[in-house]
Design a protein around this ligand. Sequence first.
Ligand SMILES: [Zn+2]
Length: 388
Amino acid sequence: MRLFSVMKCHCEESAGRRGNPRIPIWATIVHRGLPRRCATPRNDISNRKRFWSHVLIYLFGLSVSVSATLAAPPVELSWPTPSTAFAEGRHSDTFLQHAGSGDPASGGFGGVRSNGSQYHEGLDIRPVESRRRGEATDPVFAAMDGVVRHINPISGKSSYGRYIVIEHPNVIPAIYTLYAHLARIDDSIREGSSVSHGQTIGIMGRSATYTIPRSRAHLHFEMGLRMTDNFQSWYDRKEFGSANDHGVYNGMNLIGFDPLDFYEQYREGEVVNIEDYLADLPIVATVQIATMRRPDFLERYPSLVKLHAPMLIKGWEIGFTWNGLPVTWKALDAEAVAGMRPDEVKVIQANESLDRADRSRRLVVTRRGKLVPADDLDRVLELIFGLN
Ligand SMILES: [Zn+2]
Protein backbone atom coordinates (compact mmCIF):
# COMPACT_ATOMS: atom_id res chain seq x y z
CA MET A 1 0.00 0.00 0.00
CA ARG A 2 1.23 3.43 -0.82
CA LEU A 3 1.90 5.38 2.33
CA PHE A 4 1.40 8.80 0.87
CA SER A 5 -0.53 10.61 -1.78
CA VAL A 6 0.81 12.81 -4.50
CA MET A 7 -1.41 15.18 -6.35
CA LYS A 8 -1.51 18.40 -8.20
CA CYS A 9 -1.77 21.38 -5.93
CA HIS A 10 -5.22 22.77 -6.62
CA CYS A 11 -4.07 26.34 -6.16
CA GLU A 12 -0.95 26.10 -8.27
CA GLU A 13 -1.97 28.97 -10.50
CA SER A 14 -2.37 31.30 -7.58
CA ALA A 15 1.03 30.13 -6.42
CA GLY A 16 2.54 31.71 -9.50
CA ARG A 17 3.04 28.65 -11.63
CA ARG A 18 0.66 29.72 -14.38
CA GLY A 19 2.24 29.50 -17.81
CA ASN A 20 4.76 26.91 -16.78
CA PRO A 21 3.62 23.81 -18.63
CA ARG A 22 6.62 21.80 -17.53
CA ILE A 23 5.44 21.51 -13.93
CA PRO A 24 4.46 17.87 -13.61
CA ILE A 25 1.33 16.96 -11.71
CA TRP A 26 3.25 15.18 -8.99
CA ALA A 27 5.43 18.18 -8.25
CA THR A 28 3.76 18.84 -4.93
CA ILE A 29 4.38 16.18 -2.32
CA VAL A 30 1.53 15.78 0.09
CA HIS A 31 2.12 14.30 3.47
CA ARG A 32 -0.11 11.53 4.59
CA GLY A 33 -2.97 11.96 7.00
CA LEU A 34 -2.79 15.72 7.23
CA PRO A 35 -4.99 18.32 5.62
CA ARG A 36 -3.60 19.73 2.41
CA ARG A 37 -3.15 23.43 2.78
CA CYS A 38 -2.37 25.14 -0.46
CA ALA A 39 -3.11 28.53 1.01
CA THR A 40 -0.35 28.20 3.57
CA PRO A 41 -1.00 30.65 6.37
CA ARG A 42 1.69 33.22 6.45
CA ASN A 43 3.17 34.35 9.67
CA ASP A 44 3.58 37.99 8.78
CA ILE A 45 5.95 38.73 11.63
CA SER A 46 9.39 38.94 10.09
CA ASN A 47 12.25 37.00 11.61
CA ARG A 48 13.86 40.18 12.83
CA LYS A 49 10.67 41.26 14.56
CA ARG A 50 10.35 37.80 16.04
CA PHE A 51 13.85 38.05 17.47
CA TRP A 52 13.20 41.40 19.11
CA SER A 53 9.80 40.28 20.32
CA HIS A 54 11.62 37.47 22.12
CA VAL A 55 14.05 39.90 23.70
CA LEU A 56 11.38 42.39 24.73
CA ILE A 57 9.25 39.71 26.31
CA TYR A 58 12.39 38.66 28.12
CA LEU A 59 12.95 42.11 29.47
CA PHE A 60 9.40 42.40 30.68
CA GLY A 61 9.89 39.22 32.59
CA LEU A 62 7.29 36.98 31.08
CA SER A 63 8.33 33.44 31.86
CA VAL A 64 6.63 31.86 28.91
CA SER A 65 7.85 29.78 26.06
CA VAL A 66 7.53 32.27 23.25
CA SER A 67 8.23 29.80 20.51
CA ALA A 68 5.19 27.77 21.53
CA THR A 69 2.91 30.71 20.78
CA LEU A 70 4.42 31.26 17.34
CA ALA A 71 4.26 27.70 16.03
CA ALA A 72 5.42 27.27 12.45
CA PRO A 73 2.73 26.53 9.85
CA PRO A 74 3.05 23.52 7.52
CA VAL A 75 5.35 24.04 4.54
CA GLU A 76 4.53 23.21 0.94
CA LEU A 77 7.21 21.11 -0.61
CA SER A 78 8.14 20.09 -4.14
CA TRP A 79 10.71 17.54 -5.23
CA PRO A 80 13.42 19.60 -7.00
CA THR A 81 13.55 17.51 -10.21
CA PRO A 82 11.05 15.73 -12.51
CA SER A 83 11.94 12.32 -11.03
CA THR A 84 8.84 10.66 -9.59
CA ALA A 85 10.79 7.94 -7.81
CA PHE A 86 10.79 9.56 -4.37
CA ALA A 87 7.11 10.49 -4.53
CA GLU A 88 6.30 6.90 -5.53
CA GLY A 89 8.11 5.67 -2.44
CA ARG A 90 10.86 3.93 -4.39
CA HIS A 91 14.27 3.21 -2.88
CA SER A 92 16.81 6.03 -2.96
CA ASP A 93 19.00 3.85 -5.21
CA THR A 94 16.54 4.66 -7.99
CA PHE A 95 17.03 8.44 -7.88
CA LEU A 96 20.44 9.18 -6.31
CA GLN A 97 23.46 9.63 -8.57
CA HIS A 98 26.65 7.85 -7.54
CA ALA A 99 29.87 9.79 -7.04
CA GLY A 100 31.97 7.58 -9.32
CA SER A 101 31.91 4.30 -7.37
CA GLY A 102 28.69 3.08 -8.97
CA ASP A 103 27.04 2.93 -5.53
CA PRO A 104 23.97 5.24 -5.48
CA ALA A 105 24.33 5.65 -1.70
CA SER A 106 27.37 7.83 -2.43
CA GLY A 107 24.92 10.46 -3.70
CA GLY A 108 23.33 10.72 -0.26
CA PHE A 109 23.98 13.02 2.68
CA GLY A 110 26.84 12.68 5.17
CA GLY A 111 29.90 10.44 5.22
CA VAL A 112 28.93 8.49 2.12
CA ARG A 113 32.25 8.57 0.25
CA SER A 114 35.86 7.44 0.72
CA ASN A 115 34.88 4.69 3.16
CA GLY A 116 32.84 7.13 5.18
CA SER A 117 35.51 9.74 5.75
CA GLN A 118 34.34 12.26 3.13
CA TYR A 119 31.42 14.48 4.01
CA HIS A 120 28.74 15.26 1.38
CA GLU A 121 26.43 18.08 2.42
CA GLY A 122 23.47 17.40 0.13
CA LEU A 123 21.75 14.97 -2.23
CA ASP A 124 22.91 14.20 -5.75
CA ILE A 125 19.79 13.52 -7.82
CA ARG A 126 20.17 11.86 -11.19
CA PRO A 127 18.34 12.94 -14.38
CA VAL A 128 15.32 11.12 -15.79
CA GLU A 129 14.47 13.01 -18.95
CA SER A 130 15.73 11.94 -22.39
CA ARG A 131 19.12 13.39 -23.01
CA ARG A 132 20.04 15.77 -25.78
CA ARG A 133 23.44 14.91 -27.28
CA GLY A 134 24.12 12.93 -24.14
CA GLU A 135 23.50 15.87 -21.79
CA ALA A 136 20.85 15.96 -19.06
CA THR A 137 17.82 18.13 -19.83
CA ASP A 138 15.80 17.85 -16.61
CA PRO A 139 14.39 21.13 -15.30
CA VAL A 140 15.21 21.99 -11.70
CA PHE A 141 12.40 23.25 -9.46
CA ALA A 142 12.33 25.44 -6.36
CA ALA A 143 11.59 23.16 -3.39
CA MET A 144 9.52 25.75 -1.49
CA ASP A 145 8.28 29.30 -1.94
CA GLY A 146 11.14 31.74 -1.42
CA VAL A 147 13.40 34.50 -2.66
CA VAL A 148 16.44 33.98 -4.89
CA ARG A 149 19.40 35.28 -2.87
CA HIS A 150 22.41 34.22 -4.91
CA ILE A 151 23.09 33.16 -8.48
CA ASN A 152 26.54 32.06 -9.58
CA PRO A 153 26.32 32.02 -13.39
CA ILE A 154 30.00 31.19 -13.95
CA SER A 155 30.83 27.53 -13.64
CA GLY A 156 34.56 28.01 -12.93
CA LYS A 157 33.95 30.23 -9.91
CA SER A 158 32.77 27.50 -7.55
CA SER A 159 33.05 23.78 -6.97
CA TYR A 160 29.24 23.97 -7.02
CA GLY A 161 29.54 25.17 -10.65
CA ARG A 162 26.53 27.26 -11.66
CA TYR A 163 24.38 27.43 -8.57
CA ILE A 164 21.36 29.12 -7.04
CA VAL A 165 20.59 29.78 -3.39
CA ILE A 166 16.99 30.43 -2.41
CA GLU A 167 16.08 31.69 1.05
CA HIS A 168 12.65 30.80 2.42
CA PRO A 169 11.57 33.77 4.57
CA ASN A 170 8.08 32.39 5.20
CA VAL A 171 9.41 29.12 6.52
CA ILE A 172 10.32 28.85 10.22
CA PRO A 173 13.24 28.81 10.60
CA ALA A 174 13.93 30.63 7.31
CA ILE A 175 16.24 27.99 5.80
CA TYR A 176 18.01 28.14 2.45
CA THR A 177 17.91 25.60 -0.35
CA LEU A 178 20.78 25.30 -2.84
CA TYR A 179 20.81 23.90 -6.38
CA ALA A 180 24.25 23.19 -7.86
CA HIS A 181 26.05 21.93 -11.01
CA LEU A 182 23.36 23.49 -13.21
CA ALA A 183 23.74 23.56 -16.98
CA ARG A 184 21.67 26.72 -17.18
CA ILE A 185 20.02 29.29 -14.92
CA ASP A 186 16.43 30.02 -15.98
CA ASP A 187 16.07 33.41 -17.69
CA SER A 188 13.10 34.28 -15.48
CA ILE A 189 15.03 34.53 -12.25
CA ARG A 190 17.37 37.14 -10.83
CA GLU A 191 18.76 37.74 -7.38
CA GLY A 192 15.78 39.11 -5.44
CA SER A 193 13.16 37.24 -7.54
CA SER A 194 10.34 35.60 -5.65
CA VAL A 195 9.79 31.97 -6.65
CA SER A 196 7.05 29.46 -5.91
CA HIS A 197 7.54 25.85 -4.98
CA GLY A 198 7.69 23.81 -8.16
CA GLN A 199 8.78 26.76 -10.31
CA THR A 200 11.53 26.04 -12.84
CA ILE A 201 14.75 27.80 -11.87
CA GLY A 202 17.29 26.08 -14.13
CA ILE A 203 18.39 22.98 -16.01
CA MET A 204 20.27 20.09 -14.43
CA GLY A 205 23.87 19.66 -15.56
CA ARG A 206 27.41 18.95 -14.53
CA SER A 207 29.07 22.37 -14.16
CA ALA A 208 31.88 22.50 -11.56
CA THR A 209 35.53 23.48 -11.21
CA TYR A 210 36.33 19.82 -11.85
CA THR A 211 35.06 17.38 -14.48
CA ILE A 212 31.75 15.64 -13.89
CA PRO A 213 31.27 13.21 -16.80
CA ARG A 214 28.04 13.32 -18.83
CA SER A 215 27.02 9.99 -17.42
CA ARG A 216 27.03 11.45 -13.90
CA ALA A 217 25.13 14.72 -14.51
CA HIS A 218 23.03 15.50 -11.43
CA LEU A 219 21.44 18.13 -9.26
CA HIS A 220 23.31 18.70 -6.01
CA PHE A 221 20.55 19.80 -3.63
CA GLU A 222 21.04 21.22 -0.12
CA MET A 223 18.84 22.46 2.70
CA GLY A 224 20.22 24.25 5.73
CA LEU A 225 21.11 27.33 7.71
CA ARG A 226 23.47 30.22 6.99
CA MET A 227 25.94 30.89 9.74
CA THR A 228 26.92 34.56 9.62
CA ASP A 229 26.49 37.89 7.89
CA ASN A 230 30.18 38.56 8.66
CA PHE A 231 31.48 35.68 6.58
CA GLN A 232 33.92 37.88 4.66
CA SER A 233 35.90 38.83 7.75
CA TRP A 234 36.22 35.14 8.73
CA TYR A 235 37.24 34.32 5.15
CA ASP A 236 39.86 37.08 5.13
CA ARG A 237 41.34 35.90 8.45
CA LYS A 238 41.75 32.38 7.04
CA GLU A 239 43.85 33.63 4.09
CA PHE A 240 42.62 31.06 1.59
CA GLY A 241 44.57 32.84 -1.14
CA SER A 242 41.61 33.22 -3.51
CA ALA A 243 38.73 35.68 -3.68
CA ASN A 244 35.32 34.88 -2.22
CA ASP A 245 32.99 35.42 -5.21
CA HIS A 246 29.82 34.38 -3.41
CA GLY A 247 29.46 36.71 -0.44
CA VAL A 248 27.56 35.14 2.46
CA TYR A 249 26.33 32.37 0.13
CA ASN A 250 29.76 30.76 -0.07
CA GLY A 251 29.32 27.05 0.74
CA MET A 252 31.62 27.39 3.77
CA ASN A 253 29.02 29.67 5.38
CA LEU A 254 26.18 27.17 4.89
CA ILE A 255 25.47 24.19 7.09
CA GLY A 256 23.02 21.58 5.96
CA PHE A 257 20.76 18.82 7.19
CA ASP A 258 19.78 15.67 5.32
CA PRO A 259 17.16 16.68 2.72
CA LEU A 260 16.12 13.08 2.13
CA ASP A 261 15.45 12.44 5.81
CA PHE A 262 13.32 15.58 5.95
CA TYR A 263 11.41 14.74 2.75
CA GLU A 264 10.74 11.22 3.98
CA GLN A 265 9.42 12.39 7.34
CA TYR A 266 7.27 14.98 5.59
CA ARG A 267 5.88 12.44 3.15
CA GLU A 268 5.02 10.07 5.99
CA GLY A 269 3.29 12.84 7.95
CA GLU A 270 5.79 12.66 10.81
CA VAL A 271 6.62 16.35 10.47
CA VAL A 272 4.83 19.15 8.65
CA ASN A 273 7.49 21.83 8.78
CA ILE A 274 11.19 22.48 9.27
CA GLU A 275 10.85 23.66 12.86
CA ASP A 276 9.38 20.34 13.99
CA TYR A 277 11.96 18.41 11.98
CA LEU A 278 14.95 20.23 13.46
CA ALA A 279 13.50 19.98 16.98
CA ASP A 280 13.53 16.17 16.71
CA LEU A 281 17.12 15.75 15.49
CA PRO A 282 19.38 14.05 18.05
CA ILE A 283 21.71 16.39 19.96
CA VAL A 284 25.22 14.97 19.84
CA ALA A 285 27.09 17.70 21.73
CA THR A 286 26.04 20.59 23.97
CA VAL A 287 28.37 23.49 24.67
CA GLN A 288 28.22 26.64 26.76
CA ILE A 289 29.87 29.83 25.64
CA ALA A 290 30.36 32.90 27.84
CA THR A 291 29.83 35.85 25.56
CA MET A 292 28.09 39.18 25.20
CA ARG A 293 28.29 38.84 21.41
CA ARG A 294 24.90 38.73 19.76
CA PRO A 295 25.12 36.42 16.71
CA ASP A 296 23.11 37.52 13.66
CA PHE A 297 22.34 33.79 13.33
CA LEU A 298 19.71 34.23 16.05
CA GLU A 299 18.11 37.18 14.29
CA ARG A 300 17.72 34.96 11.24
CA TYR A 301 16.50 31.90 13.09
CA PRO A 302 14.83 33.13 16.31
CA SER A 303 12.64 30.04 16.61
CA LEU A 304 15.72 27.99 17.61
CA VAL A 305 15.95 29.99 20.86
CA LYS A 306 13.97 28.67 23.77
CA LEU A 307 13.26 31.33 26.37
CA HIS A 308 11.79 30.41 29.70
CA ALA A 309 12.91 32.98 32.23
CA PRO A 310 13.86 36.66 32.22
CA MET A 311 17.55 37.43 32.52
CA LEU A 312 20.38 39.51 31.21
CA ILE A 313 22.05 37.32 28.58
CA LYS A 314 25.69 36.53 29.42
CA GLY A 315 26.16 33.49 27.23
CA TRP A 316 24.51 30.64 25.38
CA GLU A 317 24.03 26.91 25.73
CA ILE A 318 23.86 25.36 22.27
CA GLY A 319 22.94 21.84 21.17
CA PHE A 320 24.53 20.53 17.97
CA THR A 321 23.50 17.70 15.66
CA TRP A 322 26.16 15.17 14.58
CA ASN A 323 27.28 17.40 11.70
CA GLY A 324 27.46 20.60 13.75
CA LEU A 325 24.06 22.11 13.02
CA PRO A 326 23.27 24.35 16.05
CA VAL A 327 19.61 23.58 16.53
CA THR A 328 18.84 24.35 20.19
CA TRP A 329 19.75 27.62 21.89
CA LYS A 330 19.26 28.59 25.51
CA ALA A 331 20.30 31.92 26.96
CA LEU A 332 22.56 31.87 30.02
CA ASP A 333 22.65 34.37 32.87
CA ALA A 334 25.67 35.60 34.85
CA GLU A 335 25.41 32.80 37.35
CA ALA A 336 25.52 30.13 34.62
CA VAL A 337 28.77 31.47 33.17
CA ALA A 338 30.42 32.38 36.48
CA GLY A 339 34.15 31.58 36.36
CA MET A 340 34.30 31.38 32.56
CA ARG A 341 36.57 33.71 30.59
CA PRO A 342 35.03 35.88 27.84
CA ASP A 343 34.39 33.71 24.75
CA GLU A 344 35.39 30.55 26.62
CA VAL A 345 33.64 27.43 25.30
CA LYS A 346 32.85 24.45 27.53
CA VAL A 347 31.57 21.10 26.28
CA ILE A 348 28.97 20.14 28.87
CA GLN A 349 27.56 17.02 27.23
CA ALA A 350 28.54 14.79 24.32
CA ASN A 351 27.28 11.49 22.97
CA GLU A 352 30.64 10.16 21.84
CA SER A 353 29.33 7.01 20.21
CA LEU A 354 26.94 9.06 18.05
CA ASP A 355 29.75 11.53 17.37
CA ARG A 356 31.88 8.68 16.04
CA ALA A 357 29.06 6.98 14.11
CA ASP A 358 29.80 9.02 10.99
CA ARG A 359 33.53 9.46 10.42
CA SER A 360 33.14 12.47 8.13
CA ARG A 361 32.45 14.85 11.02
CA ARG A 362 33.74 15.04 14.56
CA LEU A 363 32.39 17.47 17.14
CA VAL A 364 34.45 16.73 20.25
CA VAL A 365 37.85 15.32 21.17
CA THR A 366 39.44 14.54 24.54
CA ARG A 367 42.48 16.61 25.46
CA ARG A 368 44.19 16.20 28.83
CA GLY A 369 41.25 14.16 30.00
CA LYS A 370 38.75 16.86 29.07
CA LEU A 371 36.21 17.03 26.24
CA VAL A 372 36.86 20.02 23.97
CA PRO A 373 35.43 21.08 20.59
CA ALA A 374 37.05 19.34 17.61
CA ASP A 375 37.89 21.28 14.43
CA ASP A 376 34.46 20.82 12.82
CA LEU A 377 32.70 22.29 15.86
CA ASP A 378 35.33 25.00 16.33
CA ARG A 379 34.70 26.25 12.81
CA VAL A 380 30.95 26.57 13.38
CA LEU A 381 31.56 28.50 16.62
CA GLU A 382 34.14 30.76 14.92
CA LEU A 383 31.71 31.60 12.15
CA ILE A 384 28.60 32.13 14.27
CA PHE A 385 30.30 34.12 17.04
CA GLY A 386 33.04 35.81 14.98
CA LEU A 387 35.73 34.21 17.14
CA ASN A 388 39.35 34.16 16.06
ZN1 LIG B 1 26.73 16.65 -4.40
